[in-house]
Design a protein around this ligand. Structure first.
Ligand SMILES: *Cc1c(COP(=O)(O)O)cnc(C)c1O
Length: 369
């Protein structure tokens, strides 16, 4: 039996009638840009995240970009982030004209290591941008303390961590801004691109609403240099239905992770670990494996889906050659990039499929290596 890495059709079957009704409603009311459907979703999403405000935008990348813009970060500024993430975490910083400054990760969590941040802070540092990678919150307490001490902002990249908890607060509700993506493969995914920014600050929320709409508060009067980056009403309609299922799906992801943790514990793999006080949402279940290339070959033969997040750390990406980083600058991130392997973890996996994944891994370590 083949096990896909992700099966969005399996999820769709469970919500099809409700989603189609909601989409049809938008088709019939013809209110595609902002309006009631988007407002209702924003309210529900803010409440879900434990934030006062949520502003829907066109993607997770734009969520990061507009959050940085709202802080007036631009050329000459620096923003500290992790070298081990999806490209957009750093790309959004570069798009403002500011410079991404990397600080290495903690090998146990894959998240930025707060102990590596102080040395990176300069007069130009305007913000820290931690990423809650794979659905596990970054170590926020020391990050928030550092930010407070130096008078700089914190922009959380929570694109993979919707619903995750750290110390009784939701990811995205701790910093100045929480940035979320509704890309279809995310834990809360729309039917195309989408994103949102959460904040507790009314003034910043107002500024974000302007920035996503040509910098205008009133149509045809632009006070700021803004973008065209709104969450479509069609997406909001889909997301509103899916948001109601999100906690149920997160529980399933955690159950699947618990099954793997138990069944894989005797294999020579490094399994994900959860620091005290954190409740992850397992956007990915990422193990570290020696002999990864051989293991991948075996999984391919067995029809088991997998993914490598991420094969190249950000400081080693071609687009960042001009930043002057070199191999060896962030050894923990570089080592992770060579060993990480993400296994199927989506909520609709059946017990038989989970067993199949475990069996394929067991077989590899018993008979292949
Ligand atoms: C998906 C993702 C983004 C970007 O989101 P898009 O909606 O695809 O623009 C940014 N950061 C992280 C960590 C992500 O996983």
């Amino acid at each position: 039996m083949a096990v896909p890495f992700l099966d969005l059709k399996a999820q769709y079957k469970t919500i099809q009638a409700d989603v189609e009704k909601a989409v049809l409603e938008v088709c019939r009311n013809q209110q595609f840009i902002l309006g009631k459907t988007v407002e209702e979703f924003e309210k529900a999403f803010a409440a879900y995240c434990g934030s006062k405000h949520a502003v829907g935008v066109a993607s997770g990348t734009d969520a990061l970009l507009l959050a940085l813009k709202a802080l007036e970060i631009g050329p000459g500024d620096e923003v500290i982030t992790t070298p081990f993430s999806f490209y957009a975490s750093a790309g959004a910083i570069s798009l403002t004209g500011a410079r991404p400054v990397f600080a290495d990760i903690d090998p146990a969590t894959f998240n930025i290591d707060p102990a590596k941040i102080p040395k990176k802070i300069t007069k130009k540092t305007k913000a820290i941008l931690p990423v809650h990678l794979f659905g596990l919150p970054a170590d926020m307490k020391p990050i928030l303390e550092l930010a407070r001490k130096h008078g700089i902002a914190v922009v959380e990249d929570a694109c993979q961590a919707v619903g995750a908890y750290t110390d009784d607060k939701k990811a995205g509700a701790l910093g100045d801004f929480g940035c979320f993506s509704f890309f279809p493969t995310k834990n809360l995914g729309g039917f195309g691109d989408g994103g949102a920014i959460t904040t507790q600050n009314e003034k910043l929320a107002q500024k974000l609403r302007m920035l996503r709409e040509h910098g205008s508060r009133e149509k045809y009067y632009s006070d700021l240099i803004g973008a065209n980056s709104r969450l479509d009403a069609l997406q909001a309609a889909v997301l509103q239905i899916k948001l109601k299922q999100l906690d149920r799906w997160t529980i399933r992801r955690n159950q699947n992770a618990a099954f793997y943790a138990k069944q894989l514990s005797k294999l020579p793999l490094i399994l994900p670990s959860t620091p005290a006080g954190c409740l992850p949402v397992y956007h990915q279940y990422t193990v570290q494996a020696e002999h990864r290339e051989k293991l991948i070959e075996h999984l391919r033969e067995k029809g088991i889906g997998f993914a490598i997040y991420y094969p190249v750390p950000l400081h080693r990406q071609k687009c960042y050659a001009s930043l002057g980083y070199k191999k060896g600058d962030f050894p923990v991130a570089e080592a992770a990039a060579e060993k990480v392997l993400s296994l199927p973890i989506y909520p609709e996996l059946t017990p038989a499929q989970l067993k199949e994944v475990v069996a394929a891994l067991e077989e590899f370590y018993v008979s292949v290596v």
